[in-house]
Design a protein around this ligand. Structure first.
Ligand code: ZN
Length: 634
């Protein structure tokens, strides 16, 4: 869910209207009142549809929109400012809003191009040079990667030299500062710079849209440290917001309705090669909320495929006892059951754990037998069940002391779950596994929850409460989805927009306009697309990209990630026309119904004209829809 959808789901349009002093009356599914934007105390022409989170004034204003539009109109501010205010109100952080100057974007594009060049340089070193041979041999023979895979993932080799990369790129006209800005240099104590990555296998790390952000480097010489090294944090490389492989995995994740998280980049590559492409990896650190949120846009079912030393007994015990800070160590995902459960509740995700058997890494599993991977992932267990399994394994659960100890560890975890049905079923499961009476487990929280842990529990309860207010999974309304589908098409094929407009006009309807969209973020994107078609300085996609308010970036990539339709341009135009007509019809027929109700109720003749006008438009839409479906049948 994007930050914008999150804000929408946390702020109720009805509350917003009430705060603005609008007195509303419930009329069926809707609420009506006097419009706060024009002065009129006779006709209540202002309507709110809580389900879609939208409003409309059928009187003088004759316009409508979502919560953002409401605040924009009420306060006389622009979208960006309304977004910031409502984000504050909803407690949603819009971190990206600050860094959105067009100059910054141009600069980022320049640095991304530099990184692309560097990736090409490393690839050349790996495939075409004598010095790259050992690295290539390692990838082919030790890692069982094919040449096609190495090519597809753009793997490379950083030369065994203090300045090969530095010299190559300064000779090409880049400055030391450029190379420093993309994280390729380290600074000498005595001043001056040297290559950060030396004698390493280089793995280009791209964002979900395939844009270069940085590199991961793996050692070849076993004596080198660290074994894995990432680019440092830069303007482009933000490891808490990246998932390795997501650019290639996002479609397969959506298709499989499941994402699998492994620990290493080379594991991602090997598992993709084996035919399971819904696999990604974090950047060598604990999973962040942002990363899970990114995945949640494609699926809510997420499986953590963890090595036994991460998901096993020691780690689970440490994860239950140790403070969270200690778990956030670099170079290790860490298994923090409480943290994961909180993520799960907050994001309404379905998190499961799959454990790799026999001390094998994912790449070794698929090398042994690819089908085994599918079986392991299918057998993934919910987090609480996994923890229970780990605690119960290799222990004598007939020993009363062991029983008490396990219960003391796991009951607080169960009590933290926000869902009472889940809590009950886990308590039953625990009682069965420990062979105790379920009733004896309910008192344990007080006995087992020691004083040492009390402050943390309070903090966690606060968070659990917060999570019950968290957005409902269903909070994206069908109407918003319909608009998203339509705008997604236009965003991918802006060149078809003039033809779409012509079609609408030939059917006696108006050309597509921002007011066809109820949601302000979609309006803003359509307006950019329209402007992009009126200029010829830059390519339409680049124009839109560079002018997006940063926080719309998420909406933008969500739209681009929607399933792309196939077929000829004519088919696509049919589909787009159908969508626009459907959107207009939904709004119009709701409006006509609403107006009919309002005129009957208030006997206000002034709304009659509006009602007639709407009814005419509705008729024209229906005619156009009929023609379109007849045309399709031919
Ligand atoms: Zn009004």
């Amino acid at each position: 869910m994007s930050s914008i959808d999150e804000i929408k789901s946390r702020i109720d349009i009805l509350d917003l209207a009430a705060e603005a002093g609008v007195k509303l009356r419930r009329t069926g599914r809707n609420h009506t009142g006097f419009c706060p934007f024009h002065s009129n105390t006779r006709t209540p022409a202002f309507v709110i549809w809580p389900e879609s989170g939208t409003w409309r004034c059928f009187g003088e204003c004759n316009e409508g929109g979502d919560i953002f539009k409401f605040v924009m109109k009420k306060e006389g501010i622009d979208f960006k400012e309304a977004l910031q205010r409502l984000a504050d109100k909803a407690g949603v952080t819009l971190e990206r809003l600050q860094s959105e100057k067009p100059e910054q974007k141009e600069e980022n594009l320049r640095l991304r191009n530099l990184l692309e060049d560097v990736a090409t340089f490393y690839r050349h070193q790996l495939l075409q040079t004598e010095a790259g041979k050992p690295a290539l041999t390692y990838l082919l023979e030790k890692r069982n990667l094919t040449e096609q895979t190495i090519e597809a993932f753009g793997l490379g080799y950083a030369p065994h030299s203090w300045d090969a990369t530095l010299k190559h790129f300064t000779a090409k006209g880049f400055s030391e500062q450029d190379l420093l800005d993309v994280g390729l240099l380290s600074e000498r104590d005595s001043g001056g710079y040297y290559d950060k990555f030396r004698n390493r296998i280089m793995i280009p790390i791209r964002d979900e849209n395939g844009k270069m952000t940085g590199f991961g480097g793996r050692i070849l010489d076993p004596d080198d440290i660290p074994k894995f090294m990432n680019s440092p944090q830069t303007a482009l490389f933000d490891k808490g917001r990246l998932l390795y492989g997501l650019d290639r995995a996002r479609k397969p994740i959506r298709a499989a309705d499941q994402a699998v998280i492994v620990e290493g980049y080379l594991d991602v590559i090997a598992v993709h090669q084996a035919g399971y492409e819904n696999v990604v990896s974090p950047m060598g650190t604990a999973l962040t909320d942002d990363q899970l949120r990114m995945l949640k846009r494609f699926t809510r079912k997420i499986v953590l495929a963890l090595d036994p030393d991460v998901a096993g007994q020691k780690a689970v015990l440490r994860g239950l006892d140790a403070a969270r800070e200690a778990m956030d160590r670099e170079e290790e995902i860490g298994f923090d059951a409480r943290g994961l459960l909180r993520h799960e509740a907050r994001l309404q995700a379905d998190l499961r754990v799959a454990t790799m058997p026999d001390d094998l890494d994912p790449d070794e599993i698929v090398a042994r037998e690819p089908a085994e991977w599918a079986r392991l992932i299918a057998a993934a267990k919910p987090i609480v069940e996994h923890v229970l399994d780990v605690l119960v394994s290799e222990q004598d659960v007939n020993d009363p002391k062991v029983k008490a100890e396990i219960a003391a560890r796991i009951v607080p975890l169960i009590e933290d779950l926000p869902n009472p049905v889940e809590r009950d079923s886990y308590r039953q499961m625990l009682a069965r596994r420990l062979k105790v009476d379920e009733r004896t487990l309910t008192g344990i929280k007080l006995a087992g929850g020691t004083a040492r842990r009390a402050p943390r529990q309070r903090a966690e309860q606060a968070e659990v409460q917060e999570s019950t207010q968290a957005p409902k999974a269903s909070s994206v309304s069908p109407f918003r989805k319909m608009e998203a589908a339509c705008l997604g098409h236009i965003l991918r094929r802006p060149d078809l927009l003039p033809r779409l407009d012509r079609r609408l006009q030939e059917a006696g309807l108006s050309a597509l306009s921002v007011t066809d969209f109820e949601y302000t973020d979609y309006q803003a994107i359509l307006s950019l697309i329209q402007r992009s078609l009126e200029q010829d300085e830059s390519d339409t996609t680049a124009f839109v990209h560079f002018r997006l308010v940063d926080e719309l970036g998420e909406t933008h990539s969500e739209l681009l990630a929607l399933p792309a339709p196939k077929g000829t341009d004519d088919r696509l135009l049919d589909e787009m026309t159908r969508q626009v007509l459907q959107m207009r019809r939904t709004v119009m027929s709701e409006s006509v119904n609403q107006l009919r109700f309002l005129t009957e109720e208030t006997q206000a003749s002034e709304l009659n004209q509006t009602a007639q006008q709407y009814a005419r438009v509705l008729h024209a839409i229906d005619q156009a829809r009929k023609r379109l479906s007849e045309y399709r049948r031919e």
